[in-house]
Design a protein around this ligand. Sequence first.
Ligand code: GLY
Length: 564
Amino acid sequence: MHQKLLTLSYAFFLILTPVSGHSQSPPSAAIATAHPLATKVGEQILGAGGNAFDAAIAISSALAVVEPYSSGLGGGGFFLLQNKDGDNVMLDARETAPAKSSRDMYLDKEGKVNTSLSMEGPLSAGIPGLPAALVYMAKHFGRLPLSVTLAPSIKYAQDGFEVTERYRRWAQFRLKLLQRYPSTAQIFLHQNQVPPVGWVIKQHQLARTLEKIAKTEGHSFYQGDTAKQMVDAVRDAGGIWQLSDLKNYQLKVREPVTGNYNGIKVTTAAPPSSGGIVLMSMLNILSGYDLDKTEPAQKKHLVVEAMRRAYRDRAIYMGDPDFVQIPTSRLLSKEYTDRLRSSIESTIATPSNTLPGIKTKDSSHHTTHFSILDKSGNRVAATLTINYPFGSGLVAGDSGVLLNDEMDDFSAKPGEPNAYGLIGAEANAIAANKRPLSSMTPTFLETDDRVAILGTPGGSRIITMVLLAALDFKAGNKPDSWVSLSRYHHQYLPDIIFYEPDAISEDEAKTLGAMGHELKKLQSPYGDNQARYGNMQAIMWDKKENKVYAASDPRGEGSASVIK
Ligand code: GLY
């Protein structure tokens, strides 16, 4: 499959410079995922002699079955991989726009964006990348065949998994959409309603699709039976997919974004995710302050000002690097960072409308993340998605594959002056075969003594969650602290600090308000516990203590495991 690209990319992995010359191996392996069944599958695969990459294949496919609202074979994502010798690479399994896509495909007669087309049903679905990544990892990095690594997910699909409160919440959130397509309702609903907790969801067609992927090394999905089933279902529902879209899908192997923050080596997502550049830009700005010695409200002011500036650049410059030239070196240069930092007033908020730019979209709050460390020191941080909960809502016929709605991550209406009369978002305009801009930020942090593997779902808030965790890592804290930290977020526009109920105290809110910040405490009709966001999965190997730690975000229902 895609032989030329695979050959090129394999060579690329081999020539990457090691991050460090460490030879020490961790005393334990560790896994943190958003679902206990996925963590269990990872443990089984490591126990069967698989490495971190085999476990990543098994966990990705298990999550595709048991967390159908987050990620799946019908979606995509980014895998940040590092082998035991320190070579790292990012697999870009992002979805692509079908060849028949066009820049204005979601605009109505009045030129307004029709979000029901970009977020629901067949037109919202990009060409999936996840199966290509699983096949690639098995071929180049794994030790076990796909028949072994996909076996647990095939069993979960056949035997079923139990509905949880979390499943119910997301199914309720998109109930009308799930009811729209009989192929979807018969799998994910019970009598056309949200199933009760404990109800068993079986996915026999998906099991067959997974079996075929294992047997044909992905050929069935991109060029065979499954491809035909998916294209027929999309076309019948009014979509624009063609067999050639699937045949031409290319997994991309990218060099991760790297940088240094106060002695911490950061390895993170490359475009088409904006995550790595935005994270590094915020850290570069903040490296000019001694945050440990800054009082809390002042520290939050500086962090928010860094967020504001980096998200502004996201909105202006970032898109698929195969279509637009992103000025990464300039954005991460010392000269540019110094300029951004010197524009920050120590006690006054900079109104976003005084910084030329364009509106940043507040993208979906869904997606999934998992982290793995094996006993040889191989690492995986993977953030995977079908975008909104349950994606497009369309199960593509007999394939059993629930399709993404990643097309909504494009700018549906670029070139239009925004509220400030500024034109932008061209970099992320829709074009045939282009990848939509993402915020997913799988990340490694490393000092001589400590290694962190982390990431989270959460749409445009992903990057600020990873930033807060990185600052907490710098402060010497461990994964249980990073995943449970109270979170706050600013993304340039809207010009508001959003915060979890206990992230900013009343006194701090007053101080920040007096500086000119607008603040919005997140609220939920279901109580404070639901006014929270993210689902971080994190691992840390402390080389000095010779100990491995893992933690799963208490906001979710995932599990973390340290395996002796
Ligand atoms: N669909 C969410 C993201 O890619 O950032």
